[in-house]
Design a protein around this ligand. Structure first.
Ligand code: G3P
Ligand code: CA
Length: 268
């Protein structure tokens, strides 16, 4: 299938809600997806990892301490790694109170729950495979869940799904397993190495601190695996001045905890 460009020619960069609208609701929860939808934001980013019993869940850190009450619920289970807990154990945790009392009772969602909430709002998903070195086979499993939930049909593949990772091996694996999926590499590879990345990644997605206008246009001069110019999404931009600066570089999208602030600054 052809993949669609992230932004229309000459248009504003996409605005992507980082871990959901995570400045306003607990990150990577269904509430953060809902908050992004409430703001009218079409793209949501998340982080996918795996439990001890093989369930894919949405959480950023490799351990549960910062964003849940795991230390209270399971005081003797240090260092509280995601991979050491079963899905049922994680489902008991409160993933909202750390953020604000109003979110008490929010849960760590499974990937299935997360994509279904994104679908419910007719949103689009930038899915990050997080720490893939800890989870052998997570690429195939992620694609299986996406397929089971209807996310690998023509409309999703054409313009509603991007899978990204800091691991080039993981991105390449996703591309090889399912070439129709649009992919992104998180990082800032040297321009000399971009021909290699362009073999398996449709996007190069750098931290804004490592980005320049020259680097952005160098990336966009390459053609990706789907025959389109490579795209650039940058992260994590939460203020208007920086958003306007990177928009001026010509980035295709901006990943932000404050999608309302960025949209106000750059349009879109
Ligand atoms: O989507 C890009 C960004 O999420 C990468 O950094 O640490 O927030 O996953 P991190
Ligand atoms: Ca992420």
């Amino acid at each position: 299938f052809p993949v669609s460009p992230a932004r229309a020619a000459g248009g504003s960069p996409l605005v992507i809600a980082h871990r959901g609208a995570s400045a306003y609701a607990p990150e990577n929860t269904l509430a953060a997806v809902d908050r992004a939808a409430g703001l009218g934001i079409r793209w949501v980013e998340n982080d996918v990892q795996r439990t001890r019993d093989g369930e894919l869940v949405v959480l950023h850190d490799d351990n549960l301490r910062r964003t849940t009450d795991v230390e209270e619920v399971y005081p003797d289970r240090a260092p509280w790694k995601v991979k050491d807990f079963t899905a049922a154990e994680i489902a008991r945790l409160d993933a909202g109170s750390w953020f604000a009392p109003a979110y008490a009772g929010a849960r760590v969602p499974t990937l299935e729950q997360f994509v279904n909430r994104v679908e419910h709002h007719h949103q689009k998903l930038l899915l990050e495979i997080k720490n893939p070195e800890l989870y052998p086979g997570i690429e195939r499993q992620t694609l299986k869940v996406l397929g089971n939930e209807g996310w690998l049909d023509r409309s999703h593949l054409a313009g509603r799904l991007i899978v990204q990772s800091f691991s080039a091996d993981s991105v390449r694996t996703v591309h090889e397993l399912k070439p129709a999926v649009k992919t992104g590499f998180l990082g800032t590879p040297p321009v000399a190495d971009l021909p290699v990345y362009a073999g398996f990644a449709d996007q190069i997605n750098p931290s804004y601190g490592s980005l320049s206008a020259a680097y952005t246009s160098s990336v966009q001069a390459f053609t990706g695996p789907h025959g389109r110019p490579l795209e650039v999404l940058t992260w994590t931009v939460d203020d208007a001045a920086t958003a306007q600066r990177v928009a001026g570089y010509g980035v295709d999208g901006i990943i932000t905890n404050k999608p309302d602030v960025v949209r106000e600054a750059v349009g879109g």
